[in-house]
Write a protein that binds this ligand. Structure first.
Ligand code: SAH
Length: 214
C-alpha cells in the first residue's frame, strides 16, 4: 500500500476533528494528535474515502476500528501526560495506539489476533512510533512491564480483569468498557492506599474482549 495523505484526506480530517471538538468529547491536545494521524492508512483501501466519517469500520479477523468519537473520548478520559506508561488492551488496527504514541506516552499494547498484531506492528513501525507490542491475552496484562500509570481497554470486557487492576500504579487510572453485549464506559482510579474508586461515564459499544479461544 502506498502511504499518501492527500489534501482531500487532510481537509476531511480537519473537518472531523472540528466536529469532535463541537461534540465536546476531547480537548485540543487529543484532537491535535488525531489531526496528525492519517486514519485511512489503518483501513482497507475500499474504506479510504470514508475514513473521516465518525464511523467504525471492519478490519481483519472480524474486528472493527473504533469510532473517532470513541477514540477521542477514551483518550481524553485517560488524562495522559507525556512520558506516562500506558497499557492498551486490543491493539486492533493500531489507530488508538498511534494516537496515544502521538500524545507522547510510552505505550504497551496487546492484541490476541495474529493478523491484527502483524498489521498494527507494521503500521506503527512505518509511522515511526515505538511501542512494546504483544501478541497474547489482554486479560493477563503485561506483568513484566507493570505497573502502568494508565490502562485503556478497547474491547468490551465482561468484567474488570483482576490482573489489570493489580498492574495499575497507586494514583493510576483505567478506562474500560464493561458489560456483555453493550457496555458502560467505566473509569477506575486506584487510590494511594490501593483501594479503587469506580465511576460509570456513559454507554459504549465495543467488540467483545475474548479469552484465549479462537
Ligand atoms: N484499539 C483498536 C480497537 C480494535 S477493536 C483500534 O484502534 O483499532 C478491539 C480489539 O480487541 C480487536 O482487535 C480484538 O481482537 C482485540 N481483543 C479482543 N479480546 C482481546 C484480548 N483478550 N486480549 C487482547 N486483545 C483482545
Amino acid at each position: 500500500m502506498k502511504f499518501i495523505d492527500s489534501s482531500i484526506h487532510q481537509g476531511q480530517r480537519a473537518i472531523l476533528c472540528n466536529a469532535l471538538k463541537d461534540k465536546g468529547l476531547a480537548g485540543p491536545v487529543v484532537l491535535n494528535a488525531m489531526n496528525k494521524i492519517p486514519r485511512h492508512w489503518f483501513l482497507e483501501s475500499g474504506f479510504h474515502q470514508h475514513a473521516y466519517q465518525d464511523k467504525a469500520f471492519p478490519i481483519a479477523a472480524d474486528q472493527t476500528i473504533s469510532h473517532p468519537s470513541t477514540v477521542a473520548w477514551q483518550s481524553e478520559l485517560l488524562e495522559v501526560e507525556p512520558g506516562m506508561k500506558v497499557l492498551e488492551i486490543g491493539t486492533g488496527s493500531g489507530y488508538q495506539a498511534a494516537v496515544l504514541c502521538e500524545l507522547g506516552v510510552k505505550l504497551f499494547t496487546i492484541e490476541r489476533q495474529k493478523e491484527l498484531f502483524d498489521f498494527s506492528k507494521g503500521m506503527l513501525d512505518t509511522l515511526g512510533y515505538r511501542a512494546e507490542m504483544k501478541y497474547g491475552d489482554g486479560f493477563k496484562g503485561m506483568p513484566v512491564f507493570a505497573p502502568f500509570d494508565r490502562i485503556i481497554v478497547t474491547c468490551g470486557a465482561p468484567y474488570v480483569p483482576k490482573a489489570l487492576l493489580g498492574q495499575l500504579v497507586p494514583g493510576g487510572i483505567m478506562i474500560i468498557p464493561v458489560g456483555e453485549g453493550s457496555q458502560k464506559m467505566v473509569r477506575i482510579k486506584k487510590k494511594a492506599d490501593g483501594t479503587f474508586v469506580q465511576k460509570v461515564l456513559g454507554d459504549a459499544a465495543f467488540v467483545p474482549m475474548l479469552k484465549d479461544r479462537e
